[in-house]
Write a protein that binds this ligand. Structure first.
Ligand SMILES: Cc1cc2nc3c(=O)[nH]c(=O)nc-3n(C[C@H](O)[C@H](O)[C@H](O)COP(=O)(O)OP(=O)(O)OC[C@H]3O[C@@H](n4cnc5c(N)ncnc54)[C@H](O)[C@@H]3O)c2cc1C
Ligand code: SF4
Length: 479
């Protein structure tokens, strides 16, 4: 093993090249080049094959990282890809958009010892993209058909992962989604420069070819009721994500050209997918030549500022009420945004929006960090008489998302939700307060990460299988 591995002492860390800023802001393509074969092997060989692999422990999917790094270093790339798929339904997507700096790579022993982490995410992306190119990833061929069917509400990563796992066992699966395309936030939230849409469509097409039925443009609660779905299927999964944008309740909030982040990002993603988007065509949702101000400091805010740059905005500013160190967004994404010309105005908070019909400027207060609040984070406080004006032609609110009122939407008061509106589940079984109805992903956790949604989807699949098997046994015993 030592022959191929443990090269971190001699070999420096190398990541795939980032495309030149001047080139990448001209299009919406992903910003990192692909590893070439030899680089992926070489970089994998830096792994020290830890007895207790912290990378794996800190991965929500517990991906078997050291083993697929070793297979990659040995040139056994098909086996490496198969192993990556054994714990993850979409490794090429996680390889692209997981915050590895906070998960596997941030906990890599080599990183901790000052040698620079093994570039796990880039290798994961490389081996899975290669698997697609070589035709190693095939639709599911059923060995056995089960008689039961499962209805899944939502085709984001949680719904897709659950669907795939249950289809492998042979169940009939139907996914209902209110969007016209499957993928949830992978398709309409996350911009192309982080995740090109052919990558998502390749996955969802493969699931269609695996016999999973996708019913798009169907909103559960409006076009079909939860009760009807329950009658049609033997079990249900709710994986509807969180979509209610948090509001900024300030004077001038109803002026034109103040948008929630998802309105802005969805229009841009639809344009990229070739759709006709009226509000983009007529300039309303296009940042071109505008002074754009994005409010918020999370990853959604980073996606908005970088989208505005690519739409040729005149200027792009990001307001965040805490400082850089206390920002919730990934440090990697902040750096990318800064390289692309975004100006961060730390420790500022909007006070009012000004304009006649449309917004023309924003008054903001300067902030300082006070004592920690109940969450342990230092509370931002307004510095008196510190306000100043920022010219603003377009304001984008990226302050996070809350769940919609699902019991109301589904007209079912038996569906228990937490004080935040997320669905309450039994964490051992993922079952909601209604027998036979399970839930997974952001609608349970609140806004989270793709990798957690996949994990939840997989866990829910196991529980649904157990539930259906028990139901079968009980039926036989009762007969
Ligand atoms: C702008 C943005 C950028 C992000 N960037 C990253 C990132 O870089 N890395 C990362 O790990 N995470 C990122 N995330 C978070 C990540 O996208 C989510 O955590 C993840 O998609 C949640 O998956 P999900 O399956 O629970 O829900 P979603 O992906 O939200 O999918 C839910 C699906 O349910 C459908 N639906 C909702 N209600 C109904 C209904 N009543 N009837 C039928 N269908 C319904 C929706 O149309 C949608 O397709 C980002 C999120 C946003 C908003
Ligand atoms: S923690 Fe780093 S060195 Fe250790 S097994 Fe994981 S990738 Fe390899």
């Amino acid at each position: 093993m030592t022959d191929k591995m443990l090269k971190f002492v001699k070999l420096d860390q190398e990541t795939p090249n980032k495309r030149k800023v001047s080139k990448r802001v001209d299009d919406f393509k992903e910003i990192y080049d692909q590893f070439i074969n030899d680089k992926a092997k070489e970089q994998s060989s830096r792994c020290s094959q830890c007895g207790v692999p912290f990378c794996q422990i800190h991965c929500p999917l517990h991906n078997n990282i050291p083993d697929w790094l070793k297979l990659t270093a040995e040139g056994r790339l098909q086996e490496a890809s198969e192993l990556a798929h054994s714990t993850n339904n979409m490794p090429e997507i996680c390889g692209r958009i997981c915050p590895q700096d906070r998960l596997c790579e941030g906990n890599c022993v080599i990183e901790q010892s000052g040698h620079g982490t093994v570039t796990i995410g880039s290798v994961e992306k490389y081996i899975t993209d290669l698997a697609w190119d070589k035709g190693w990833i095939k639709p599911i061929q059923l060995k056995k058909k089960q008689s039961e069917s499962i209805g899944i509400i939502g085709s984001g990563p949680a719904g897709l992962a659950c669907a795939e796992e249950l289809r492998k066992i042979g169940y009939e699966i139907t996914i209902y989604d209110r969007y016209d395309r499957p993928g949830g936030l992978l398709i309409y939230g996350i911009p192309n420069f982080k995740l090109e849409k052919f990558v998502v469509e390749r996955r969802t097409n493969n699931l269609k070819e695996s016999g999973i039925i996708f019913k798009q443009n169907i909103e559960v609660g409006r076009d079909i009721s939860l009760e009807e779905l329950k009658e049609k299927h033997d079990a249900i999964l709710i994986a509807t994500g969180v979509y209610k944008a948090r509001e900024v309740d300030l004077p001038g909030k109803n002026l034109a050209n103040i948008f929630p982040a998802m309105t802005f990002l969805t229009a841009s993603n639809r344009k990229g997918l070739g759709d006709k988007v009226e509000e983009f065509e007529n300039g309303v949702l296009n940042a071109e030549n505008k002074n754009v101000v994005v409010i918020g400091g999370g990853d959604t805010a980073m996606d908005c500022v970088r989208t505005a740059v690519r739409q040729n905005a005149k200027s792009v500013k990001c307001l965040y009420r805490r400082d850089r160190e206390n920002m919730p967004g990934s440090a990697r994404e902040v750096l990318n945004a800064e390289e692309e010309g975004v100006e961060f105005i730390w420790q500022t908070n909007p006070k009012k929006f000004l304009g006649s019909e449309k917004i023309s400027s924003m008054i903001v207060d300067k902030m300082k960090l006070g004592k920690p609040d109940s969450s342990g984070r230092k509370k931002p406080e307004i510095i008196p008489n510190s306000s100043f004006e920022i010219k603003t032609d377009m304001a984008i609110k990226a302050l996070g998302f809350d769940p919609e009122n699902l019991p109301k939407l589904f007209n079912n008061s038996k569906l228990s939700v937490s004080q935040w509106g997320t669905i309450k589940i039994n964490f051992k079984t993922m079952e909601t307060s209604i027998n036979g109805i399970f839930a997974a992903g952001d609608i349970v956790r609140g806004a989270s990460l793709v990798v957690w949604a996949i994990r939840d989807g997989r866990d829910a699949a196991k529980s649904i299988q157990k539930y259906l098997e028990n139901k079968k046994v009980n039926k036989i015993n009762a007969a």
